[in-house]
Design a protein around this ligand. Structure first.
Ligand code: H2B
Length: 100
C-alpha cells in the first residue's frame, strides 16, 4: 500500500506541480481547473477518469459549468501519497492537452 508522504516530501512534491496547493486542516491537495466551456471541462474529466480508473486511484471532484475543483488524497492511507502526486501530474498534462 502507498505510504503517506511526510509534510516535507509533500511540500516538495507539490512545489513542482503547477496550481496544486495543500488543503488547510486535511492531508490532501487541491487544484481548481478552469476551461473554456463545459465541453472542455467534461472532456478533461473524461480523460482523467480513464487514467484514474486504470490507476485504481480516484479523485474527489466537483464540476460547475467550465470549472472542475479537484481534491486528491489516498483514502486507504489517510493522506497524500505518491499516487496523488502521480495523478496530479497526469491531470496537469491532460489539462495542457485540452484545447481552449
Ligand atoms: N482512490 C483514492 N483516492 N484513494 C484510495 O484509497 C482508493 C482510491 N482506494 N480508489 C482504492 C480505489 C480502493 O478502494 C480499491 C479497493 O482498490
Amino acid at each position: 500500500m502507498a505510504e503517506r508522504l511526510s509534510a516535507e516530501a509533500r511540500r516538495q512534491a507539490i512545489g513542482g506541480l503547477s496550481g496544486w496547493t495543500e488543503i488547510e486542516g486535511r492531508d490532501a491537495i487541491a487544484k481548481t481547473f478552469v476551461f473554456k466551456d463545459f465541453n472542455e471541462a467534461f472532456g478533461f474529466m473524461t480523460r482523467a477518469a480513464l487514467v484514474a480508473e486504470k490507476m485504481d486511484h480516484h479523485p474527489e471532484w466537483r464540476n460547475v459549468y467550465k470549472t472542475v475543483e479537484v481534491v486528491l488524497s489516498t483514502h486507504d492511507a489517510g493522506g497524500v501519497t505518491a499516487l496523488d502526486i502521480e495523478l496530479a501530474k497526469t491531470m496537469n498534462a491532460i489539462a495542457r492537452l485540452t484545447p481552449g
